[in-house]
Design a protein around this ligand. Structure first.
Ligand SMILES: Nc1nc2c(ncn2[C@@H]2O[C@H](COP(=O)(O)OP(=O)(O)OP(=O)(O)O)[C@@H](O)[C@H]2O)c(=O)[nH]1
Length: 317
């Protein structure tokens, strides 16, 4: 008949094992046997690192030795080191967690003279916390991501774009980096498109325009919807001539083919305004205002064109 203490050690839903100074197993409870596939008769008397060559030996030896020498408890959590033993967990939803996450406590077992004769190790299954945390992080990331996106087109929204312009300005001011340019893009006679083909077709046109712009962008470029039928691009490390060329490519990509919505073929063009963030500009508002003035020039000059803002006065390009 087992003593109550032995019964608890055997049956508890946590790993318990004990090691001597040579890392030989002195005790191996049922949880350890069940998860490792190694019965206690097969484990006892054997060196832990021979039984489990995958253990991080150097690190674990240091940990165990510190308990022998300092005679203090030691701990390790799954957040520092996800697991020591490669144990399966049986959760149906894993959140990408492969092996059982494990928290360990290392306890010194003293003899009558106060010397540590063995180290007792407990293993707690922390998989549920790990899955919960991973899923929470994933959800937070998705939330963060979707709060930066425009619901209709999926491109970045104004809030995000404004923050990115702010970042770019800071980067330039801090590192005297090469300036960036801003391109504002407004669809021509969009009200007429809505009125002629309906609001749903109008929405489809906005989505398709967003699709047509994206292949022409470079990796650092940021593209978003700035409002109704207005889009914006931030082109880092791009001077006004580079930005004008990019804007022309985009204008062509939008207007070169009609957009199909149901049975309708809708001709769409865009007017664009380009401005470079350079002195005397010091704020996001000033550079976007300049791009807006250039855009106004494009509209005024007949639409379906690119205009560039040139210091103090805008000039049709
Ligand atoms: N379908 C649809 N229409 C929108 C959306 N947001 C804004 N609009 C419409 O876009 C139209 C913009 O019209 P205006 O600002 O008069 O400009 P425009 O007709 O494009 O004319 P110009 O810019 O001068 O070439 C308005 O009719 C808005 O209702 C949207 O999300 N979906």
């Amino acid at each position: 008949m087992l003593s109550p203490a032995d019964f608890i050690v055997s049956e508890i839903n946590a790993g318990i094992f004990m090691l001597d100074r040579e890392y030989r197993v002195l005790l191996w409870n049922r949880f350890m046997a069940h998860h490792s596939g190694l019965e206690s008769e097969a484990a006892i008397g054997r060196n832990l690192f021979e039984l489990f060559p995958e253990l991080p030996q150097k690190w674990l030896v240091k940990k165990i030795d510190s308990v022998f020498v300092l005679k203090n408890f030691a701990f390790t959590s799954w957040e520092q080191r996800p697991y020591l033993f490669r144990f399966q967990h049986n959760r149906p939803i894993t959140g990408g967690i492969d092996y059982m996450r494990q928290n360990f406590t290392f306890m010194p077992m003293r003899d009558e003279s106060g010397e540590v004769e063995a180290v007792v190790v407990t293993l707690l299954d922390a998989t549920d916390s790990a899955i919960y945390q991973t899923m929470m992080q994933g959800a937070m990331q998705k939330l963060e991501e979707s709060s930066n996106r425009d619901g209709l087109t999926g491109v970045f929204n104004r809030r995000y774009i404004d923050a990115r312009i702010f970042d770019e300005i800071q980067r330039i001011q801090r590192y005297q980096a090469v300036p960036f340019s801003v391109v504002l893009l407004d669809l021509d006679h969009f009200k007429r498109i809505n009125d002629t083909y309906g609001h749903l077709a109008g929405d489809e046109v906005l989505r398709e325009v967003a699709r047509r712009v994206q292949p022409g962008l470079r990796e650092p470029d940021v593209f978003g919807r700035y409002g109704g039928e207005e889009f914006i691009l931030i082109l880092p490390q791009t001077d006004i001539e580079g930005a004008r060329a990019a804007a022309e490519r985009i204008r062509f990509a939008i207007g070169s083919e009609t957009i199909v919505s149901g049975d309708e073929h809708i001709a769409v063009t865009a007017s664009l305004g380009v401005a470079e963030f350079a002195p005397p500009f010091a704020t996001a508002a000033e550079v976007t205002q300049a791009a807006d003035e250039a855009l106004y020039q494009s509209k005024h000059a007949g639409r379906n064109r690119v205009s560039v803002y040139v210091a103090q006065q805008s000039k049709v390009g």
